[in-house]
Ligand binder design. Structure first.
Ligand SMILES: Cc1ncc(COP(=O)(O)O)c(C=O)c1O
Length: 453
């Protein structure tokens, strides 16, 4: 058990600051960091955590220490090609030098905001975000994490429409705060927290008719629906792509019944699926849109919502703090990262890069699926949001383990255990892509043999 000991805390803090600030570490220091990290996770984070990590074997673990472009590197310089992309945050790569340069310049001026003066970067970022998002999306509210952005979207829908109810979808993932998990579409993450927001109904994803029935029935019995919330592609459910026209139909339902359409672009946005925003594919403008993950350029955490003017009701203008007032939301450092990210994305047409590299991956996966049809059941994707589906979760896990042994990082999705994602940085080099495909070929062959498939 850890007891209060300020003397020890100071000694420990000094030691870690030294590690961080050192240009290089001795072998003894590396071993020390390795051993202490394992013990710290077990004692002070969660002993269960390490059980789930492919990076941990009984006697040694890979401890991440640095990253660059398309890979992570452990304490001993072992490089892992990143096909997980931090669940979608590294679209612009790891420590993208251009974004880093901007953030460092901001850091040398001031890091966090006074909370009283006008912080200009928040305004510039809001303007830029309005310029790159669909239709008349105009007003931004910045937050720190995805779930927090979803909370703001849910609250704004109630505030603007006066409705109370929400319609979400089975399989959805919108984060794990109380409001966000109420919208979540997997029982395991919800059961322990009931009652959450009570006024929510879940309908089948991709089924606009079911959505309309739910809204109509509620309105008919005198309940008012505030909003429907959907991912334009369900990421964590295993990259579930809805039928063509789904977003258009949901838009029409929302217009017909006066309900706010919330589109959660936290994972699909910022180029990941081959367009800057996924809802562009159907030319649909949501009433409220969330964004996050890649928005901070893989360098700073920043998320938020953007809403149409009709959502920005007088009550919110009269009291700008009624929606939320997160201390760190939209801080200058985070805003500088997002501004540099938007610049980088536009200058380098990152959505197009995702589209082209994604198409190449899909061709190669098609070849591998033909070669190993009993192992790789199917695959699907848009841009660089790709997933492979295996007959059993255990088989998918074995493939990711095989990839990991070949120093390729991938992982399953949160809601659907049979699927494994390929969500690399857009800056993944051709050489790395070649290595990923070759390693996958080998891992699939091993698993076919191991399970006698
Ligand atoms: C679509 C979507 N919304 C919300 C979230 C939650 O984001 P965060 O983990 O930053 O709270 C995620 C995370 O995977 C997501 O994919």
């Amino acid at each position: 058990m850890t007891k209060t000991d300020k003397t020890l805390a100071l000694k420990e803090a000094r030691k870690v600051v030294e590690f961080i600030e050192k240009a290089s570490l001795t072998d003894a220091e590396k071993k020390q960091i390795h051993d202490e990290s394992i013990s710290n996770f077990n004692e002070n984070v969660n002993p269960g955590w390490l059980e789930y990590r492919k990076s941990v074997s009984t006697d040694a673990a890979f401890i991440e220490w640095t990253d660059s472009v398309d890979h992570f590197e452990d304490l001993n310089g072992v490089q892992f090609i990143d096909c997980l992309g931090g669940f979608g945050i590294y679209t612009c790569g790891h420590r993208n030098p251009e974004i880093l340069k901007t953030v460092q310049a901001q850091l040398s001026r001031y890091a966090l905001h006074s909370q009283e003066l006008i912080d200009p970067l928040r305004g510039y970022l809001a303007r830029l975000t309005a310029l790159i998002t669909p239709g008349d999306l105009q007003y931004c509210f910045f937050t720190n994490g995805g779930a927090e952005a979803v909370e703001m979207a849910l609250k704004l829908a109630r505030l603007a429409t006066g409705g109370r109810w929400y319609i979400s979808t089975v399989g959805a993932f919108h984060g794990k705060s109380m409001g966000a998990i109420s919208m979540g579409g997997k029982g395991a993450y919800r059961e322990d927290y009931a009652p959450m927001i009570q006024q929510v109904q879940h309908v089948e994803y991709g089924n606009a008719a079911a959505m309309e029935v739910a809204v109509r029935n509620l309105q008919t019995v005198g309940e008012k629906v505030a909003g429907v919330i959907i991912e334009p592609i369900q990421g964590e459910a295993g990259v579930i792509i809805p039928p063509d026209g789904y977003l258009t139909d949901v838009r029409a339902i929302c217009d017909k019944y006066g309900v706010a359409m919330i589109v959660d672009e936290i994972q699909t946005g910022m180029g990941r699926t081959g367009t800057l925003w996924r809802c562009e594919v159907e030319d649909v403008t949501p009433d409220i849109m969330t964004y996050g993950k890649a928005y901070g350029g893989g360098i700073m955490p920043i998320t938020g919502i953007i809403a149409r003017p009709k959502m920005w009701v007088d009550k919110l203008i009269d009291n700008p703090w009624i929606l939320g007032s997160p201390t760190f939301g939209g801080n200058p450092l985070a805003c500088s990262a997002a501004i540099a990210t938007i610049k980088f994305m536009l200058e380098n047409d990152i959505p197009k890069v995702c589209r082209e590299k994604g198409a190449y991956f899909m061709t190669k996966l098609g070849e591998l699926q033909k070669k190993y049809p009993t192992v790789l059941r199917s695959f699907r994707g848009a841009g660089l949001l790709i997933c492979m589906e295996f007959p059993e979760a255990e088989i998918g896990y074995s493939v990711t383990k095989g990839l990991f042994e070949r120093h390729i990082m991938t992982a399953g999705t949160l809601v659907n255990a049979k699927t494994v994602r390929i969500e690399p940085p857009a800056v993944l080099s051709d050489e790395s892509i070649g290595r990923v495909i070759r390693s996958l070929d080998e891992a699939l062959a091993d698993v076919k043999k191991e399970y006698n498939l």
